[in-house]
Design a protein around this ligand. Structure first.
Ligand SMILES: Nc1ncnc2c1ncn2[C@@H]1O[C@H](COP(=O)(O)OP(=O)(O)OP(=O)(O)O)[C@@H](O)[C@H]1O
Ligand SMILES: [Mg+2]
Length: 500
C-alpha cells in the first residue's frame, strides 16, 4: 500500500500574517479514489489545496506526485503536471467563451500560427459531450448557470488529462439534479483512475461519494480514515474536538402579534413568484423551504426591495410600504443576509471592521454628523466575537478569511443594524457544524427578544429543527404552510415538488 499513492504532501507549513494556517501537514491520496477533506471553517483545507496548486508558496514541506518531488510556482505549472482545482470561488473569465476559457494559454494554432477557432470549438464540443454537458462551446461564461460554469472547469481539468482534481465545496450552488450529475461525473473519473480531493461541509455528500476522509483542525491533520470506519457523530467529534449531542438549541420564544404582512405579492418577472401571501409574527422563526428554482430568494429580495413587483402589498407593523427600496426596508427595520456572499454581500478588498459596520453607520453618528469610530469598532469587535469569527485582526481584508468566516462577517453586519425583522437566505451554507450551532443559538436568542426571523433554507433538518412554521414554495407558488407539529422531511418534499 505504501507506494500506491498518487499524491503525498509532507510536513506542509504555511504562515499568514498572524496565523499559522498549516502546521506540518501530512496528506496522502490514492489514485482512483474520492478523498474528502473535512474540518471547521478556517481549519486550513483551502490553504492546503492552494499550496498543492501553486497559488500559495509553502513555508516548508514537500509535494510528491507519482513518486516525483514537485514544486509548482503557479497554477499553470500544476495544471501541466496534472493537478486541477475547481475553486470555492469559480475562476473562469466571465467575458470569454467556454472554449476560450478551457484552452486559455494553449490554444490550438493553424499553419500560419493563428488561433484555430474551429478546432477549439469542435474539441470543446467533444469534451463537453463526453461529460454529458449540453451547453454551447461558444457561449460566454457569464451567460451560463453556476453548474454549467463549474462543468466548464471540470471539462478543463479533463482536457489537461489531470490525475488529481481538487473540488472545493462544488455543490454549494447546485440543484439536486445537478449534484446527481456531478456525482456521476466524479464516479466516472474515479473509475478511470483519477483521484478527486473533495472538500465539503455537507455530511450526507461525504457518505455518498467519499472513499477516504482526512480531517483537519486548526491547521493540523487529525487523521485519515476509510469512510466505512466513520459515522456522522464520529466525524463531527473529530472535526470539532468534542461530541455534539444536540444539533439545535431550544427555541423558547413567545410568538406575538403580526409584524410583517405580505399580500398577493407578484414579481415583475413573469417566470418568478406569483400571488404570495403570508404573515410573520414577533418572536417567530418562519422557515421558507423548496427546491432550487422555487423562487425563494427572489421572494425575500422583493420584500427587501431588490426585486421589482407588479402587484401586491407589503405591510410592516400594519403600515403599507409605498415604495420598497433596500434603504426603506432597512429604515423599517428589515435586514437581509444574502445567500451568495461573493456577488452580493462581501466587499473583498475592505477589512473586517468596514464589512461589519457598513450597513449600520447611521446608528453611530455623533451630534455634529461625525461617526463615533471608537464605539463603532468596539461594537464590530463584540459582534464578531459573539459569532466566533476567526480572523487575525479586525484590519484583515475580508478576502483573506476562510469562506465560512466571510459568512459570519455578513451575519455580524446585519445583526449590527439591530433589525426587528431579519431575513436570512441560506444562513449556514458553507458553515461548519460547530459554527452552525452558534448561528442557531443567535437566531433563538433574537426570537426570544421578540424579533422575527425569516429563514430560507435548503437544509431540511435546519428548517425542521429551528422553525415555528415553514412555508413551502414550488416554481414561484406557495404550495403549503406547515405548522411545527406537521414538519417532516416528507411533508416538505411533497409540497416542494407539487408541480414537478
Ligand atoms: N490569503 C490569506 N491571507 C491571510 N490569511 C489567510 C489567507 N488565506 C487563508 N488565511 C487564513 O488561514 C486559515 C485557514 O483558512 P482556509 O481558507 O484554508 O480555511 P478552510 O478550512 O478552507 O475554511 P472554510 O471551510 O471556511 O472554507 C484561516 O485562519 C484564514 O483566515
Ligand atoms: Mg475553504
Amino acid at each position: 500500500m505504501e507506494n500506491n499513492h498518487i499524491l503525498e504532501m509532507r510536513g506542509v507549513t504555511k504562515h499568514f500574517p498572524g496565523v499559522l494556517a498549516l502546521d506540518a501537514v501530512d496528506f496522502k491520496v490514492q489514485p482512483g479514489t474520492v478523498h474528502a477533506l473535512m474540518g471547521e471553517n478556517g481549519a486550513g483545507k483551502s490553504t492546503l489545496m492552494k499550496c498543492l496548486f501553486g497559488i500559495y508558496k509553502m513555508d516548508q514541506g514537500t509535494i510528491i506526485l507519482k513518486d516525483r518531488e514537485c514544486h509548482f510556482n503557479s497554477a499553470a505549472d500544476a495544471l501541466t503536471a496534472g493537478v486541477s482545482m475547481i475553486h470555492q470561488e469559480l475562476s473562469n473569465v466571465p467575458e470569454r467563451s467556454v472554449a476560450q476559457n478551457i484552452w486559455l494559454g494553449r490554444e490550438p494554432l493553424n499553419s500560419i500560427r493563428l488561433i484555430n477557432h474551429k478546432k477549439m470549438i469542435t474539441d470543446t464540443r467533444t469534451l463537453l459531450q463526453n461529460l454529458n454537458f449540453n451547453f454551447d462551446p461558444a457561449a460566454r461564461i457569464a451567460s451560463l448557470s453556476i453548474s454549467q460554469q463549474q462543468g466548464c472547469e471540470i471539462a478543463k481539468a479533463v482536457s489537461y488529462n489531470s490525475s488529481i482534481v481538487v473540488m472545493d465545496e462544488p455543490t454549494s450552488s447546485l440543484t439536486e439534479n445537478e449534484v446527481a450529475h456531478l456525482f456521476d461525473i466524479i464516479r466516472d473519473l474515479r473509475s478511470k483512475g483519477m483521484a478527486i480531493i473533495y472538500i465539503s461541509h455537507k455530511m450526507e455528500e461525504i457518505f455518498q461519494i467519499a472513499d477516504d476522509v482526512t480531517i483537519m483542525r486548526d491547521g493540523r491533520v487529525i487523521g485519515t480514515y476509510p469512510i466505512n470506519e466513520l459515522n456522522g457523530d464520529k466525524l463531527i467529534s473529530l472535526m470539532v474536538g468534542r461530541s455534539i449531542t444536540d444539533r439545535f438549541p431550544p427555541v423558547e420564544s413567545t410568538v406575538g402579534e403580526i409584524c410583517l404582512e405580505v399580500k398577493n405579492l407578484t414579481a415583475a418577472n413573469p417566470r418568478s413568484f406569483k400571488n404570495i401571501s403570508f404573515a410573520l409574527h414577533k418572536g417567530e422563526i418562519l422557515g421558507i423551504g423548496g427546491l432550487v428554482g422555487a423562487q425563494r430568494t427572489e421572494l425575500v429580495e422583493a420584500i427587501f426591495g431588490i426585486r421589482k413587483t407588479v402587484s401586491g402589498e407589503i405591510l410592516v407593523n400594519g403600515k403599507a410600504l409605498d415604495k420598497v427600496r433596500p434603504q426603506d426596508a432597512i429604515k423599517s427595520g428589515i435586514g437581509l443576509v444574502t445567500e451568495d456572499r461573493r456577488s452580493s454581500g462581501i466587499f473583498p478588498l475592505l477589512n473586517v471592521t468596514v464589512n461589519t459596520t457598513i450597513a449600520s453607520l447611521g446608528n453611530y453618528k455623533k451630534k455634529i454628523g461625525l461617526l463615533d469610530h471608537k464605539k463603532l469598532v468596539s461594537m464590530a469587535v463584540k459582534q464578531n466575537k459573539q459569532l466566533k469569527t476567526k480572523t487575525p485582526s479586525m484590519n484583515t481584508l475580508v478576502q483573506n478569511l476562510s469562506g465560512g468566516n466571510q459568512q459570519k462577517v455578513i451575519l455580524s453586519r446585519w445583526l449590527m443594524t439591530l433589525p426587528d425583522i431579519l431575513i436570512m437566505d441560506e444562513p449556514t451554507r458553507g458553515i461548519d457544524v460547530g459554527a452552525k450551532y452558534e448561528i442557531y443559538t443567535i437566531m433563538a436568542e433574537l426570537a426570544k427578544q421578540g424579533k422575527a426571523i425569516i429563514m430560507v433554507s435548503s437544509e431540511m433538518p435546519e428548517l425542521i429543527g429551528m422553525s415555528h412554521r415553514v412555508l413551502v414554495l414550488c416554481t414561484g407558488q406557495l404550495t403549503g404552510t406547515l405548522e411545527k407539529e406537521e414538519l417532516t422531511q416528507e411533508a416538505i418534499m411533497r409540497h416542494a415538488t407539487q408541480f414537478s
